[in-house]
Design a protein around this ligand. Structure first.
Ligand code: KG4
Ligand code: ZN
Length: 354
């Protein structure tokens, strides 16, 4: 089954053709990074206008690169939420129009479901359930138990900022370019992660055991602590040591909660996805703990030695892309095909009333 995926929830206009939910035939992304660099963040109105310009050429390229004609596409999948409303509207209306013209089913996909499917792309081996997945981006931060295809349970989420948002804001404080995450992690390579002590929220094992079991996240305090430290130290600040200490604090929380949840729910697979999954230090922390069967914060890992750690095979699948939307759309369709057969009714679906 061939699905054309469309994604436009934030600052990437993307289209992809994916076969049977896994085999990526094309994955086109028109990034708006340069457009938003002068403002240091996404301006929704500016982003939406750019999506409107790029959406048709991007879809066209996705079809051409996959060497398929519109006739061969079986269904369309489009991000319907969450995201910047004016940006979502562009993708959803493109999807609706093409579904109407081509008379093909249209599948509304939740953006985070898309991220959860990103580690499955381009993998041939079947996924072993249960999976504990951490999806962490600029806009969201969720720990999810996946007990079967299409069966998700949110175990924890951020109570304020997502980790990617914290990376971006701290990078901005350090005068780094947008988007901050990759720039900060590059700077952190040269720094000492133990130089500055920064807070780790909901991780105070000995003070409050309840916090230890808490699978929620909070990063706004860490952001403020970094700002206060910068204000206090002024010119004496050791920038790369601060970047490394900040990265260490965020990644220690993320990896510990992920491993903690995996142990608690007896995961067969551990997945890491979303923009921040591109972070090499975060991947290394999880890989090292799994290899040594020991986590610096959790101690001995009571996990099966066969547990598998997956992250998106390509960095292009970490950040926003349409291949993951097509992948998620395929499994959604497979679960209830009859729901999408009548393309006229799907067009009027409540999920499309943004
Ligand atoms: O998934 P994504 O493209 O958009 C959202 O759905 O939010 O994720 C973008 C986020 C940004 O906050 C960016 O700074 C962060 O992912 N990011 C990283 C890295 N690469 C991207 N954060 C830390 N280290 C990286 N290497
Ligand atoms: Zn995203």
């Amino acid at each position: 089954m061939l699905i054309l995926g469309i994604e436009s929830s934030c600052d990437e206009t993307a289209a992809a053709v994916v076969e049977n939910g896994r085999r990526v035939l094309s994955n086109i992304i028109a990034s708006q990074i340069d457009l938003h660099a002068p403002t240091g963040g996404v301006v929704p109105e500016v982003a939406a206008r750019e999506h409107a310009v790029k959406i048709i050429p991007v879809i066209d390229r996705a079809l051409k690169e996959a060497r398929v004609s519109a006739r061969r596409i079986d269904a369309l999948a489009v991000t319907c939420c969450p995201g910047l409303i004016s940006c979502l509207l562009v993708g959803v209306n493109a999807g609706k129009t093409l579904s109407f013209l081509w008379k093909k089913p249209l599948i509304p996909v939740h953006h985070i479901h898309g991220h959860l499917y990103a580690p499955w792309l381009s993998h041939n081996e079947a996924v072993q359930f249960p999976v504990v997945s951490l999806s962490v981006s600029g806009g969201h931060n969720e720990l999810v138990l996946i007990s079967d295809y299409q069966r998700f349970r949110v175990l924890g989420a951020t109570l304020d900022d997502a980790a990617g948002e914290a990376y971006d804001k701290v990078a901005r404080l350090l005068g780094l370019s947008y988007p901050g995450g990759p720039a900060l992690s590059k700077l952190a390579e040269k720094g000492d992660p133990f130089y500055y002590q920064l807070p780790r929220v909901f991780m105070e094992k000995y003070k409050n055991p309840k916090n230890w079991r808490n699978l929620d996240f909070s990063f706004s305090g860490l952001k403020t602590a970094t700002l206060r430290l910068l204000q206090k130290e002024g010119n004496r600040i050791r920038v790369s040591d601060l970047a490394a200490s900040f990265q260490h604090a965020v990644n220690e929380v993320l990896s510990t909660k992920l491993l903690n949840a995996a142990m608690k729910y007896g995961a067969c697979e551990i997945h890491l996805t979303g923009g921040v999954s591109a972070n090499q230090d975060l991947r290394k922390k999880i890989e090292t703990a799994l290899r040594d069967r020991f986590s610096p914060t959790l101690g001995e890992l009571t996990l099966s030695p066969k547990v598998r750690f997956r992250f998106p095979v390509d960095l292009k699948y970490c950040t926003d892309n349409a291949a993951m939307i097509a992948g998620a759309g395929y499994f959604q369709y497979r679960k209830a095909p009859s729901k999408y057969v009548n393309w006229r009714r799907v067009q009027a679906d409540a999920q499309f009333r943004l």
